[in-house]
Every structure is written in structure tokens, then in C-alpha cells.
Design a protein around this ligand. Structure first.
Ligand code: ATP
Ligand code: PRP
Ligand code: NIO
Ligand code: MG
Length: 559
């Protein structure tokens, strides 16, 4: 069943900054320690010191070598509306009873007009260590933003990546439907999953609220309960169905279907496939067809796919064809999907041939039931006839990996670069307010991402750039880019006279994501042992990181 996405029409060229989708996203949606630190900064008169933080992740999810960046629009919607209410202040006062009144007056006056957010465009393919967001502003305010920003980006990017990975395995020609609402982690999980799976390459969702909120196309079939709620075709009261062209009315559609069912039963080429079909299922299919003759799709696995569901569906679809309607197809929700889809296709083709109904063999076969990347891959290897996959639990819960692990790290304060050291080199932060570039090669693929200091010259097309691994001295390469793209663009503030990037409509973000995924070199995308994409720093930044590292790391003493 298709419903026109009405929300899309409402989308304007310039996205209005009305606030985040979820009204629970307020300045209190942060960790307590952000407030205790804000108070300590305030007490130390440090709260207005200008700090730069990078938001990034350290490892790509799902054992892959790429990530889809999502959640940016919600971050911008959040800071554009960042303001404590009197109720918030009262609550904070009661939670932090030992803080001086002046601190709450300070909080009362905070907004994000002096915060700057530079970000990679939403829907981009991104890699570890590269800042997705660079947030600059008074340290106390920027710290308050840490938790909501990480929260808004973490799951969004994880589930968009999961969706992109499912799309990659399914292939471009398949229709992918997100069916996860009932299994998602709460209402926000469900709404977010629908939004970000769409960005990652799903075609539609069953989630009606997400359709309304974001203009995502809605799709759906029907459930087993609908099939098993019927007892027999005798239950059907209004049996009439108008021809598709409106020229006449068939007064007894039930009899027409039963006639077709008998014809199918007597057909030599289908002989032996089935005997008597389940009559309650037949009644359910007829009822559904009478309600949706233009969009008839039947769930065929309630009793027995090949002995009942498929022949019953075909009888109804043939009766519809008599009246000028084209049925959509079937959904399989259990059993061996490869085998059953192939058998169902053979049956449809046999009907097309036997009864000379052109196009009957192309009936859409939708499959669902605990599908994931692995089952899609297994189906591809076995061969199957599924056109459309409905995917819920594994997709929206990100069953294969629970979190992306985004972090928010201080890289500069009062123009002084800061570093965070760790025993684990992968956890050492990359200091400085930075610029980031993607360098493209001759064949159009991105070759490497490079971070430089803010004031270093921009790498230029056709000029050799030394790209260094940030921590491994021996790993370096000269790159002569064909094209250079600056990754971080200004998304906030809105009114500082600086050109600000517009937030794109969801469909455009999705298209951007599809283009980004398409332009990647296949070795980074394959599921088994993908090649890591190179993330590097300039020679100057490399030297600076290591200088700062030596400065900050205490020298050990052996005795
Ligand atoms: N040909 C196939 N190759 C690999 N996996 C498949 C194939 N067909 C189905 N699957 C997967 O196998 C699992 C079948 O699960 P299970 O046996 O629990 O379901 P079922 O008994 O067929 O259906 P029900 O949901 O009614 O219990 C599902 O995860 C499904 O996606
Ligand atoms: O399997 P998922 O990927 O989560 O996709 C959504 C599932 O939700 C529906 O049924 P539900 O699972 O509620 O009932 P069922 O298991 O009895 O089919 C549908 O039939 C799918 O099987
Ligand atoms: O429309 C469907 O078929 C559907 C929707 C949600 C979950 N399972 C199936
Ligand atoms: Mg199920």
C-alpha cells in the first residue's frame, strides 16, 4: 500500500529552525557533570574562555571501513533554540543547592549566539578521527552541548550506516522497507530509525508518524491477524466490485475468485502443487482486494505458502485482472525465503503462460522475518526471487553493534592547542583547531582525508601534498589530488554575517548519501576484510602533535 508523502510538499527551501524533532531534547538533556563543570568554570571565572571541541568517532561500526554521518540537522535545531526556562532553572537550583545564585543568573542568560559549529554535511561518508563537528564557544556553554550533540549523532550515524550496509548487500534494484517501529528502542528510537534509515538508502517506512514528520514514503502490507480473523468467504457481505475503468460492476467478486481458483486447480501445469486451499485465508484475501483493488498485496504464509497462500493469491489477482486491476504481489514472512520466492515466481510465470495474463510473472515478492545483512547475503548466494525486503529488528536496534562511540574532545582553549594522552594510541586526541579536506584521485575516488592546522594553506589540485598517519611515523604518502574538497562548513551561527550552510531537505540528504556511497572505491566498501580508508594529518600538524605529546607526557624514571 502506498501513501503519498504529504510532508514533502510542506518542506520549504530553507528549513525553519523550529527546534529538534523530539521535544525531550532540551538544555537539561545533558549529564549532570556538564553543570558541575560549568559551575566550577564560572567560580574560576573561566566560563567565558573560548574553547574548541571536536566531535568524532574512533572506529567504523559493523566491522566496516566507512560510516554515514547523520544527526546534524537535529544538532542545529537544538542550538538554535537553546534557552533555559524558569522551570529548568528552578530544577537546577534544587539539584545543585550549594551553587551560588549568580551562576543561575548566568545560566538564565545563555544562548548559543556565540557558539560556532562547523560540520561535515549530513549524509556524507566519514571516517575515524576526522571531526564531524567542530564546536567553538565559551567553554561552559560548549560543555553543556557535549552530551546532547553526541546523543543526537551517535545513533543517527550508526543506524544510517546500518541501513547503507543493508542497501549495499541487497543491491540497488531491490526495494527496502523499514519495518522496525515495534522493535525499536522506544518512540524516539523508532522515529529516528525511520528518518536515518531513509537517509542510508531505505525506500520507505511503515512508521506513519515518520511519514508525517519527515515526508518519508509510507509502505505496508497486512498481518497474519488479518488473515486468521476470517472464517469463510460466506462472511463477505458486499461482494460487488466496480471495474477499474468504471464501465460496469461485478456483482459477485467472491464467485469470480472461486471460479478462478477452480481453474487453477484443474490446470495441468500446476497439477499436484496444491489441492484444497484454506478458505479463511481466501476470504481474507478477497476482503482485502475488495478494499484495495488497486493495491492488492497478500501475506501468503499464514497456513501454507505453496499449497494455499500463493494459489489463493493468484485466484484473487486473476479475478482482479478480469476487472482491469493489476495486483501488486505477495509477502513471505517465514520459511526458506530463497526456496519459497523461487517457487512462487515459477507459479506466477506458469499462470502467466497458462492464462495469457501479461506481466503476471512479475508480481512483486516481498520478504520479511528477522532479516539482516547476513541473511540478505546468504539469499544472494543461494539465488532468490525477492523484489522487496521488509526489515525491522536487526536494522533499527543495530543488533550487530550497539553504539558508534562518538566522543567530544577539547582541542584548543584560548588559542592554545590541547591534547589528551592515553596508553592506547588510538585514544590520543588530535590537538588544534583544524581544517579537514578530502583529496580525490584521478579516477574520481576519494583517496585520503587530511587534517591541517587552521592557518595552513589549503591543499591544491595538482599539487603534491605529504599526508602522514597521525601517530605512525613510517606511514606517509605523497598525494597529488585531482580535486580538493573542504569538509567542515559553517552551520552555525545564523546571524554573524558569515555565510551559513543551509540545512537540506531530507530527500536531498538521502541523495547526497547515495552519491557519496557510489563514489567510494569498492575495496573500502566490501563486507569481508575491507581496505581501511586513509585518514592523515599534514606534516606540520604531525610535528606539532608530537611536540605537544612530548611536552605533556611526564618522563618516566626507572630505579
Ligand atoms: N534461504 C535462506 N537462507 C538463509 N536464511 C534464511 C533463508 N530463508 C529464511 N532465512 C532466515 O532464517 C530465519 C528463519 O527463522 P525461523 O526458522 O525462526 O523462522 P520461521 O520458523 O521460518 O518463521 P516464524 O517467524 O514463523 O517462526 C530468519 O532469520 C530468516 O530471515
Ligand atoms: O522480523 P523483523 O525484521 O523484525 O521485521 C518486522 C516483523 O514484524 C512483523 O511481524 P512480527 O515479528 O511482529 O510477528 P511474527 O514474528 O510472528 O511474524 C513482520 O511480519 C516481520 O516479521
Ligand atoms: O506492513 C507490513 O507488512 C509490516 C509492518 C511492520 C512490521 N511488519 C510488517
Ligand atoms: Mg517476526
Amino acid at each position: 500500500m502506498e501513501a503519498e508523502a504529504s510532508g514533502l510538499k510542506k518542506q520549504q527551501l530553507h528549513t525553519k529552525l523550529n527546534g529538534p524533532t523530539n521535544s525531550m531534547v532540551t538544555p537539561l538533556l545533558t549529564d549532570l557533570y556538564q553543570f558541575t563543570m560549568a559551575y566550577a568554570y564560572w567560580k574560576a571565572r573561566k566560563h567565558l574562555e573560548r574553547a574548541v571541541f571536536d566531535l568524532f568517532f574512533r572506529r567504523n561500526p559493523f566491522g566496516g571501513e566507512y560510516t554515514v554521518f547523520a544527526g546534524l540537522e537535529e544538532c542545529v535545531q537544538f542550538i538554535a533554540n537553546f534557552k533555559f526556562t524558569e522551570e529548568d532553572i528552578l530544577y537546577l537550583r534544587s539539584s545543585l543547592p550549594n551553587c551560588e545564585d549568580g551562576f543561575f543568573d548566568y545560566l538564565r542568560g545563555i544562548n548559543c549566539s556565540d557558539v560556532e559549529v562547523y560540520a561535515i554535511s549530513e549524509g556524507s561518508v566519514v571516517f575515524p578521527k576526522i571531526p564531524l563537528l567542530r564546536v567553538e564557544g565559551p567553554i561552559a556553554v560548549v560543555q553543556l552541548l557535549e552530551t546532547p550533540f553526541v546523543n543526537l549523532i551517535n545513533y543517527a550515524s550508526l543506524v544510517a550506516t546500518n541501513a547503507a550496509r543493508h542497501r549495499f548487500v541487497a543491491g540497488k534494484s531491490k526495494v527496502l522497507l523499514e519495518f522496525g517501529l515495534r522493535r525499536a528502542q522506544g518512540p524516539d528510537g523508532g522515529i529516528s530509525a525511520s528518518k536515518y534509515c531513509y537517509i542510508g538508502g531505505f525506500d520507505a517506512t511503515s512508521n506513519v508518524a515518520a511519514g508525517q514528520l519527515f515526508g518519508i514514503p509510507l509502505r505496508g502490507t497486512h498481518s497474519h491477524a488479518f488473515v486468521s480473523s476470517f472464517m469463510s468467504p460466506n462472511e463477505i457481505i458486499d461482494k460487488s466490485l466496480c471495474r477499474n475503468d468504471g464501465s460496469s460492476t461485478c456483482e459477485d467478486f467472491v464467485s469470480l475468485v472461486q471460479t478462478w481458483l477452480r481453474k487453477i486447480q484443474w490446470t495441468h501445469s500446476l497439477h499436484g502443487v496444491f489441492g484444497e486451499t484454506n478458505q479463511s485465508e481466501l476470504a481474507a484475501f478477497i476482503s482485502y482486494a475488495l478494499s484495495f483493488p488497486q493495491n492488492f498485496l497478500a501475506l501468503v504464509d499464514t497456513y501454507d505458502v505453496m499449497r494455499s497462500g500463493v494459489p489463493n493469491f493468484c485466484a484473487v489477482a486473476l479475478a482482479l485482472a478480469d476487472l482491469g486491476y493489476k495486483a501488486i504481489g505477495i509477502r513471505l514472512d517465514s520459511g526458506d525465503i530463497a526456496y519459497l520466492s523461487i517457487e512462487a515466481r515459477k507459479f506466477f510465470c506458469a499462470i502467466e503462460k497458462e492464462f495469457e495474463v501479461p506481466g503476471f510473472g512479475n508480481m512483486t515478492i516481498t520478504a520479511s522475518n528477522d532479516l539482516n545483512e547476513e541473511t540478505l547475503d546468504a539469499l544472494n548466494k543461494q539465488g532468490h526471487e525477492v523484489d522487496s525486503f521488509g526489515i525491522g529488528t536487526y536494522l533499527v536496534t543495530c543488533y550487530a553493534q550497539a553504539a558508534l562511540g562518538c566522543v567530544f574532545k577539547l582541542v584548543e582553549i584560548n588559542n592554545l592547542p590541547r591534547i589528551k594522552l592515553s596508553e592506547d594510541v588510538s585514544k590520543v586526541s588530535i590537538p588544534c583547531k583544524k581544517r579537514c579536506y578530502r583529496l580525490y584521485g584521478r579516477e574520481g575516488y576519494p583517496l585520503v582525508d587530511i587534517m591541517t592546522g587552521e592557518n595552513e594553506p589549503r591543499p591544491k589540485a595538482a599539487e603534491r601534498v605529504l599526508c602522514r598517519h597521525p601517530f605512525n611515523e613510517s606511514k606517509r604518502a605523497y598525494v597529488v589530488p585531482q580535486r580538493v574538497e573542504e569538509l567542515l562548513k559553517c552551520y552555525w551561527p545564523g546571524d554573524s554575517g558569515k555565510a551559513r550552510e543551509e540545512l537540506s531537505p531530507l530527500k536531498e540528504i538521502r541523495n547526497h548519501c547515495m552519491r557519496q556511497l557510489d563514489q567510494m572505491q569498492p575495496d573500502h566498501m566490501r563486507r569481508l576484510n575491507p581496505t581501511p580508508y586513509k585518514v592523515s594529518v599534514s606534516a606540520k600538524l604531525y610535528d606539532f602533535i608530537h611536540l605537544l605529546w612530548l611536552n605533556e607526557a611526564p618522563v618516566g624514571e626507572l630505579q
